[in-house]
Write a protein that binds this ligand. Structure first.
Ligand code: SER
Length: 339
């Protein structure tokens, strides 16, 4: 029986899922099978060959996929973000870690079935970093992949651990077993900065003040920013995030010297974001009302990250720097969205 080659996308309804599915679908780059806990958004349906409403913790559901399709790549996007995860850390752990484990296992089974490595593309996050205080954050500036990885959120712990699990499943899975099968997954991971989309809003993240500020201003609604004006982390707009994922998938394995890559575009303070927003929407009402707990999380994330390795290994370059991000992508599209 011949099986169809597909790309599996988990967390399909999420911010990144939206961007990725549209990109893959519009450019006819893949037959997409989408999984989400909620029914797939109407606008994504035309791009997908199959939509599965279900839980990545449901092993039976995933088991069925092993036999139904020939999976080229798994984009495992499903996750509970950093703020939401703090309200129920154990539930977040189940989704973020056990869910990932289930997908890794599916990837290994598929790889063995096919006799070649299924690509496993995993978005990690700046949340894997944990700087102890603001003085250190300021002093350290751009962090490379291996520095200060002592996260202080459940989400950050989950992401960091899953980076390690990915490496383990790709290279060392059942390393002592006599009947060890040679084929396993080809695990590739990008650590994203805060992401901003013109078309969707994130749910439950701690970097959400940036997208929220912009989207609120475009609707002429007031916004109380939950971090201090001097708060600085790196950001990227969604088209670059999607390109990072698909470019990493396309990169020849021989060029990749590691499994985990920082990617970034621009680093801005909350005050600088407000200045851009006010430049475009002079009537915007943005105040600063820091939430000390969420502020503590953001203060532990780096002011910037070093993505030189991604640039060197697979030619990563963001297309949207600071100015292009606001004036060529965010503002025109957001204006149109709320017009
Ligand atoms: N944007 C995410 C969050 O705030 C970080 O990966 O949780």
């Amino acid at each position: 029986m011949s099986r169809k080659e597909i790309v599996l996308v988990t967390g399909a309804n999420g911010e990144v899922g939206h961007g990725l599915i549209k990109h893959l679908g519009e450019n006819q780059l893949a037959n997409i099978v989408a999984i989400d806990i909620h029914p797939l958004d109407e606008e994504l349906r035309p791009y997908c060959r199959e939509m599965i409403t279900g839980d990545i913790l449901d092993k039976m559901l995933l088991g069925r996929l092993v036999f139904a399709y020939e999976i080229r790549t798994i984009y495992h996007l499903a996750s509970i973000l950093s703020t939401r995860a703090e309200f129920n850390p154990e539930a977040a752990h189940r989704v973020n870690v056990e869910g990932t484990l289930n997908l890794l296992r599916l990837g290994v089974e598929q790889s063995q079935w096919q006799g070649r490595a299924v690509k496993f593309i995993y978005p990690s996050s700046i949340a894997v970093y944990g700087l102890p205080d603001l003085a250190t954050k300021e002093r350290e500036g751009r962090l490379s992949e291996w520095q200060w990885t002592a996260p202080r959120t459940m989400y950050g712990c989950n992401k960091l651990y899953c980076e390690h699990l990915g490496r383990y499943y790709a290279s060392y899975y059942r390393q002592l077993a006599r009947d060890r099968h040679p084929a396993s997954i080809d695990f590739r991971c990008v650590r994203f900065p805060g992401l901003i989309s013109a078309f969707t809003l994130p749910a439950g993240g701690t970097s959400d003040y940036a997208p929220e500020m912009i989207h609120q201003a475009a609707q002429n609604l007031p916004y109380a920013c939950f971090v201090r004006p001097d708060t600085r982390i790196p950001f990227m707009v969604m088209p670059d995030a999607v390109r990072a994922l698909v470019d990493l998938e396309a990169a020849p394995r021989a060029q990749l010297s590691t499994e985990v890559y920082n990617v970034t575009s621009f680093s801005l303070s909350a005050a600088e974001i407000r200045a851009e927003v006010r430049n475009e929407f002079p009537q915007a009402q943005v105040s600063f009302e820091p939430d000390l707990a969420r502020q503590g999380i953001i203060d532990s994330w780096p002011a910037d990250v070093d993505d030189d390795l991604a640039r060197k290994d697979w030619d990563w370059r963001p297309q949207y720097g600071h100015q292009q991000a606001f004036y060529n992508y965010l503002f025109p599209n957001i204006r149109q969205r709320y017009a």
